[in-house]
Ligand binder design. Sequence first.
Ligand code: ADP
Ligand code: MG
Length: 737
Amino acid sequence: MCSNKNYDLIIYGGNPMAIQTAALQKHTLYLNGLNCAHCASVIEEKLQKDQHLSQVIFNFTTKKLLFHSSYNPSDALEHIQQVVDSIEDGVTVSQNLADNHTPNCTDNACSTPSDHSPTHTTTSNPSKGIMNLFQKHALEISGTLILIGLVIYGQTTLIMLPLFLLSYLLIGGQVVLRAFKNILKGRVFDEYFLMTLATIGAFVLGEYVEAAAVMFFYKLGESFQDYAVDKSRSNIKSLLDIKANYANLVQNNAVEQVTPESLKLDDIILIKPGEKVPVDSIVVDGQSSMNKSALTGESIPVPVSVGEALLSGSINIEGTLHAKVTKTYENSTVAKILELVENAAGKKARTEQFITKFAKYYTPFVVVSALLLAFLPPLLGAGDIKDWVSRALIFLVISCPCALVLSVPLGFFGGIGSASRHGILVKGGNYLEALNNIDTFVFDKTGTLTEGKFSVQYITDTNTLSLAAQLEIHSNHPIAKSIVDYYGQEVSTASATQVKEIPGEGLTGLYNHQQLIVGNQRLMERYQIPYAQANQDKEQIGSIVHVALDSNYIGYILINDTIKESSIDTIKILHEDPKSHIALLTGDNQVIAKDISRKLGIEDCHSELLPQDKLSVIESMKETHRKVLFMGDGINDAPVLMRADVGVAMGGLGSDAAIEAADIILMTDEPGKLIKAKEIAKKTRHIVIQNIVFALGIKLLFLSLGALGEASMYEAIFADVGVALLAVLNSMRTLRL
Ligand code: ADP
Ligand code: MG
C-alpha cells in the first residue's frame, strides 16, 4: 500500500533519489551571461537528459545550476561548459556568479554578490556609465548614424546599397554571425536566424531602409529587454538577500572577518548593530532587538537577551551581541530557506511547462506558414510574389516566442519571491498554481490551529506528574515540553531507558525496572490498562495524558491549549467561498476536538486519529475528486502532507519531517498566512494569464495583419520585442504582492 510506503520514507528520512545518487556529489555552478530564457530551457532539457548528471535544476532568475554527478568539480565545470557552448555562445560557466555578467548590464542594474558591507550601496557615476555604453556599442552607434544620414539623404538606389549594407552590418553583424554559428550547431529556428532571414529578405526586395532599421529596432528592443530581465532578476534576488556575507569570529580576544560557511559549532561570533546574523546561534552576551522581517515578513522588532536563540538572516537593530554558534551554515535557517526557494525552479507550474512545450511548436509552425504564405498564393496566381514574400518576412519577425518564455517563469518566481518576503516559503511554481484550485482545507489541531503551548489545568497527584516528566523529557511534542516545564524540577534523561515514542499516542519506557506508560486513552487501551474518565466540565476541556506504571493506573494530567489568534479569522475567510469545505483532523480526544471545532466554526471534525487514519481521511476526500490542502506540524502529519495536493507545514514549531514533506512552509506558524499565500497565488496567476493572452493576442493580431498585407515590419518588431518587454515588466508586478 502506497500510504505506508510514504510514511516509512519520511520516518527514516529516506528519499528514493538519495539512495540512487548516494555516490554522487552535489554541484552548484553559475551560467554567467545567459539572458535568453528559451536557450535556458533548451540547456536545462539537454542537461536533464545527460547520463552523467542527475537532479538537474536550472534557475533562470538566479542563473544557478544545481545537479548531482560523479564528476569532480573541475571536470563537471568543463562538461557543463561544453554542453552550454553547443547551444548558446557567450555563456561562461563558473563556480561563482560574475559581478558584471551580462553584456547589457549597467553598473547600477547589477547586484554585486561579492559585496562585503551590509550597508553597501552600489555607487554609480552617470557620465562614466554613458561612456561605457558608448564604448560597448560603438559599432551599433556608428551604424545607426550612417543609417540616419542615409535616411536624411533620402536616396535608396542600388548605388547606395554598399552604404546600407555597411550600416546594417555595423548594427546587426553580431546577430548575423550568431545566426550562422547556430546553424552550424544545428539550431535553425532561433531568433537570430529569423531576424537575419527577414532582414536579408528585405534587402533582396530592395527595401534597404527597412532592412537596416528593423535590425536597429530589434537590437534596441533586445537591449531594453535584457535590461528589464536583469533588473527583475536582481529585484527577485534582493528579496532573497538574507544571507550575511561575512561573520565576525571572536578568537583570543581578536575579531576576524570570516565567511559564514567556515564557522564551526560553539564558535563565538560578534554581531554588531546593522549586521545580519550569519548562522543560527544563541546569545551569550549583550541584548538587542532583532528584525526578522526577511524571514517572517513581520517587521515588529523582537527583543533578545542572553540565552535566547538567534535565527540566521535576522538583522541586529541596536545592541552589540556575542553569540555561540549552534548550527553550521549549511544547517542554518538561512541556507535552508535559500536552498528551498532556489530549488523551486525545478518544480515548474503547469502553465510554465505548457509554454515551454508550446514554444517548441510555435516557431516552426510560424516559419512553415511564412513559407506557404510566400509561395502558395503566387503559385495559385494570386498577385505578385514580391508582395507575398514581404508579407512572409513579417511572419518571420513575429515568430519568436520570447515574450512568453521570458515572462511566465519570471512571473512565478516573482510570486515565490514575494511570498518568501511574507514568511511563506513555496517549494515550486506548481504549488503556487495548485493553491488556486483547492476546494478542501484540512487542518491538524495541535500546533497548527492551536498554539501547541499547553498549560497544565489539573493533575490527580504529584507522583503522576513526576512519572510523566521522566518520559516526556525524551520527547519534542508540545505536550511533552509543557509537562516538563510545569514539573519544574531537574529531570535526568538517564532515569528512564528504552524510551519509545508512539506518534499520536504517547511514550513508553523502563523506569526503575518497571514499565512506564504515558499517553492518551488509545495508548492505555493498547496496553489494556483501565483508565479514569477525566472530569471535563465546561471550563476544563483539554488533552488528557494518562500515566501507568507496571500495568497499574496511576493518574492523569489535564492540559489546555489555546487557539491561535489568526485561526478563527482564517476559517471565517475560507468559509466565505461557498465551495470550500473545511475539516479538522486530530489525534487528540473527541471532547476537545469537538470543543475546538465548535469555537472555530468547523463542522467536519475527525478525532482520535492515528497517522494512518489521517491519511485515509485525506484519501477518501481525494476519491471524491476534491483538491485537498492539508496543514500540519507533527511527524505524524508528514505522510498526509505528502499525499495532499498541497501540504502546508509550520516552519517554526513544525517537526523536520513535516517541513521536509510539505510544499509550502509558514515561517511564523500563523494559519492566517494561508490567506496571504492564496492571494499571492491568485494574483500571480492573473499576471501570468494576462501575459499569455496579451503576448499571444498581439502576435496573432500582427500575424493576421501581416498575412493581409496590413502590417509593416516595424509593427512586427513591436509585436516581437515590445511585447516581450511589456510582458517582463508586467510580470514584475508579482514582486509587489
Ligand atoms: P494533533 O493531531 O492534534 O496535532 P498529535 O497527533 O500531535 O495531535 O497528538 C495526538 C495525541 O497524542 C495528543 O493529543 C496526545 O494525547 C497524544 N500524544 C502524542 N505525543 C504525546 C506525548 N509526547 N505525550 C503525551 N501524549 C502524547
Ligand atoms: Mg499537530
